[in-house]
Design a protein. Structure first.
Lengths: 305, 183
């Protein structure tokens, strides 16, 4: 386990030395990694850092408001409203890697605008160790690795947490007094709800995914999952009020893990599962059924795409 | 300080092997599998897992360095393949939660875990025939050779992943390997 005190001192100095008197930008996703990297960088260079949060429309319920609140101490925080642009860019794309790619590209465009506007010379990223391993391999591509530097001529990229695992990042976040909600927050993928929707992204599916994820996080809190989520995985037949429904299938997944590298599907009691099912199908007439995913990682990954 | 290096065969968990050793206070370095054997200066080596038996660099040469070697997953298959054993596809993909039955209470690597241990595994291929001089030390319902040892040459292999958090006694296995390296 990383020694938190010396890590913070060392990284603050490293960021100061790297950036000097220039300007830097960082992308905030709402997750613990980028939040921690931003807090570290802000400690090092203050308002020379512009933290940028892009509301892609693929975020969890209440996420944007929470970011606004947590980072209100940074005068330089920018919130970009880009929901329509992301949905337009995704169009009818169904291939998972293609979706990740489009989202990555759109992120780059949004950041490019801000980076040029504030005259940023440096890019700070919350990349952590497993991001690099999975990107070096062929398992999944991560939007926050690479991309932006090819279009913006940065003098340098600073990745203060590149050698840390998630559990170590949380230790650092706690030490930095980051809002408990952020420090203990469940991991959330960069491409957001897009990877929790199989196939085409539509406003209708997004609405189902967002509400279902909210229900799952709320109901499973007491199980202290590493990650609990809901994904819209397809369509199936159901019957509601004597009418046949061809509605969405929502898959609920809840896993425990130390570092995200391996994961065990959690054993959830029947009443809780039934309550989740009932809340999701009951408040969404276009959801036909709810299933629970029992697969560990490996062979499955934690997220669906 | 004991130094145990991890040879990278490009497995998804390779870095967790380094982390497990680091967390135990062992001096450890991740080295490329093309590193010339004469440049290796360690008290023991871990051969990591990986996706491809044809992409193992100079791993076979490291078996002649006369230091203890622990092969993990593909790393064990390398040892078996190189020393005259046989590897092949498993009938059942060995994935996630597996209970391994340990067979040798006196084995320096796995003996302390006797009689069984719960592990996390992820592999398609497996060792079918042990090389000469090796003893079968562990098996499971899904894989006939879960672990093997040649205590005379201090060459050891496990098919599962002691480095991942879900393997229950992973750290103890690394502690046993540390003891072997310190002998």
């Amino acid at each position: 386990m990383v020694d938190v005190d010396s890590f913070i001192t060392e990284k603050v100095t490293e960021i100061e030395d790297a950036v000097g008197d220039e300007n830097a930008v960082i992308a905030l996703s709402g997750g613990v990694d980028s939040s921690t990297a931003a807090a570290l960088a802000y400690e090092a260079i203050g308002d020379q850092l512009t933290a940028v949060y892009v509301d892609t429309g693929l975020m969890r319920k209440g996420e944007t408001e929470q970011i606004r609140e947590t980072f209100s101490y940074m005068d330089s925080l920018r919130i970009v409203d880009a929901q329509e642009r992301f949905l337009d860019a995704l169009g009818e794309t169904t291939d998972p890697e293609e979706k990740r790619h489009i989202i990555g590209e759109q992120f780059i465009r949004e950041f490019e605008t801000v980076a040029k506007d504030v005259d940023a010379d440096y890019l700070v990223q919350g990349t952590i160790y497993p991001d690099r391993i999975e990107s070096e391999g062929t398992i999944k591509s991560h939007h926050n690795v690479g991309g932006l530097p090819e279009v913006v001529d940065f003098e340098g990229i600073v990745e203060p947490m590149r050698d840390l695992y998630k559990d170590e990042v949380r230790e650092v976040a706690r030490e930095l007094d980051l809002d408990a909600l952020v420090a203990e927050r469940m991991p959330f993928p960069g491409p957001g709800l897009a990877v929790r929707i199989i196939g085409e992204i539509t406003a209708e599916k997004l609405e189902v995914a967002r509400e279902a994820n909210h229900v799952v996080e709320e109901e499973l809190e007491e199980y202290e999952p590493w990650q609990a989520l809901a994904a819209v995985i397809g369509k199936a037949t159901g019957v509601k009020g004597d009418n046949r429904v061809h509605g969405w299938v929502v898959s609920v997944r809840s896993v425990e893990s130390r570092d995200g590298m391996t994961a065990r599907a959690q054993e959830i009691d029947w009443e809780t599962l039934q309550r989740i099912q009932s809340r999701i199908t009951g408040s969404h007439e276009n959801v036909a059924r709810v299933v629970y995913d029992v697969t560990h990682k490996p062979p499955a990954t934690i997220e669906y795409e | 300080m004991t130094k145990i290096d991890v040879v990278d065969n490009h497995g998804q968990f390779t870095h967790l092997e380094q982390r497990a050793l680091r967390d135990m206070g062992i001096d450890t370095e991740l080295i490329d599998n093309e590193t010339p054997p004469e440049e290796i200066d360690a008290d023991g080596l871990v051969l990591s897992g990986g996706p491809d038996i044809d992409d193992i660099g100079r791993c076979s040469e490291y078996l002649d360095l006369d230091i203890p070697v622990l092969g993990i997953c593909l790393g064990m298959q390398i040892i078996a393949d190189e020393l005259g054993g046989r590897i092949g596809g498993g009938e059942y993909g060995g994935y996630a939660d597996v209970t391994v039955e340990l067979l040798e209470e006196s084995d320096p690597l796995t003996g302390s875990l006797y009689p069984e241990t719960r592990v996390w595994a992820s592999h398609a291929d497996e060792v079918k025939e042990l090389p000469e001089g090796f003893e079968l030390t562990g098996k499971s319902d899904v894989c006939g050779v879960e672990s093997m040892s040649n205590a005379d040459r201090d060459l050891y292999g496990v098919q599962w992943h002691p480095e991942v958090a879900h393997t229950e006694e992973g750290e103890e296995l690394f502690e046993n390997f540390r003891a072997i390296c310190e002998e």
